[in-house]
Design a protein around this ligand. Structure first.
Ligand code: ADP
Ligand code: ADP
Ligand code: ZN
Length: 220
């Protein structure tokens, strides 16, 4: 299974990609998570990425595409993947086509999760992440068992630097600049689909699963 989840920041891509990848036994590949890990580790990549991420801007394409090339070459990606946060614009989508052609694994579906801005702001400002294992929570919709503590690994939860309202608005603007070109790109290849991202996480998962089964992308 090779699919892409598209949508605004906070649309639920990460939440759904993680569950889908687990159920389908494929890799969950999230460029945002990879950049955040690099920032945490203090690598050269991390230093470069940080200056863009703080502003809600995109990390330059050559860097992001290089990162993706390495990631797709890893063994676990050979079984398939759910991409989350990549591609973000047409040059990245073009580059991805090239990388996948080399691997003989075309994109079977690019699914956009649609969520209105007001709901996005509500979701993002309540989002909490575990800096150790990457698990995500929401203070209102998906609270951890003990407030402020990761269920999975016990680490203290944090809020992302780029989740202040002003930066979120900037990220929404960047998203809008490229949303149409991405939709057209995948529409032209017959794999673009749009679903409502509203409702509970479980409801959205059922919607995506149903679509993928209808398309014959997912056998389960
Ligand atoms: P979102 O919640 O918007 O899906 P991500 O975790 O995917 O956020 O991305 C966080 C930040 O990481 C982005 O604002 C951007 O700076 C950077 N980033 C992630 N993926 C990409 C990409 N494909 N191209 C360029 N920058 C990216
Ligand atoms: P993205 O990867 O698209 O930026 P996330 O999956 O990280 O989005 O979700 C953003 C925030 O919204 C998280 O705090 C998450 O727990 C919450 N969230 C995700 N899906 C839903 C949903 N269906 N209903 C309410 N909140 C959700
Ligand atoms: Zn954790």
């Amino acid at each position: 299974m090779q699919i892409i989840l598209l949508g605004k920041p906070g649309a639920g891509k990460g939440t759904q990609a993680e569950r889908l990848a687990q159920e389908a036994q494929v890799a969950h590949i999230a460029t945002g998570d990879m950049f955040r890990a690099a920032v945490r580790d203090g690598t050269e990549l991390g230093k470069l990425a940080q200056s863009y991420m703080e502003r809600g801007a995109l990390v330059p394409d050559d860097v992001t595409i290089g990162l993706m090339r390495e990631r797709l070459a890893q063994e676990d990606a050979g079984k398939g993947f759910v991409l989350d946060g990549f591609p973000r614009n047409e040059p990245q989508a073009q580059a991805l086509q090239g990388l996948l052609q080399e691997l003989g694994r075309p994109i079977q579906a690019a699914v956009e999760l649609e969520v209105p801005d007001e709901e996005i702001l509500r979701r993002i400002t309540g989002r909490r992440v575990c800096p150790q294992c990457g698990a995500t929570y929401h203070v209102e919709f998906q609270p951890p068992k003990v407030p402020g503590i990761c269920d999975r690994c016990g680490h203290e939860l944090t809020q992302r630097e780029d989740e202040k309202e002003e930066t979120v608005r900037k990220r929404l603007e960047v998203y809008r600049q490229h949303a149409t070109e991405l939709a057209r790109f995948y529409e032209a290849r017959g794999v673009y689909h749009r679903l409502s991202g509203l409702g509970s996480e479980e409801e959205v998962l059922v919607r995506i699963r149903h679509l993928l089964q209808t398309l014959g992308v997912w056998a389960q």
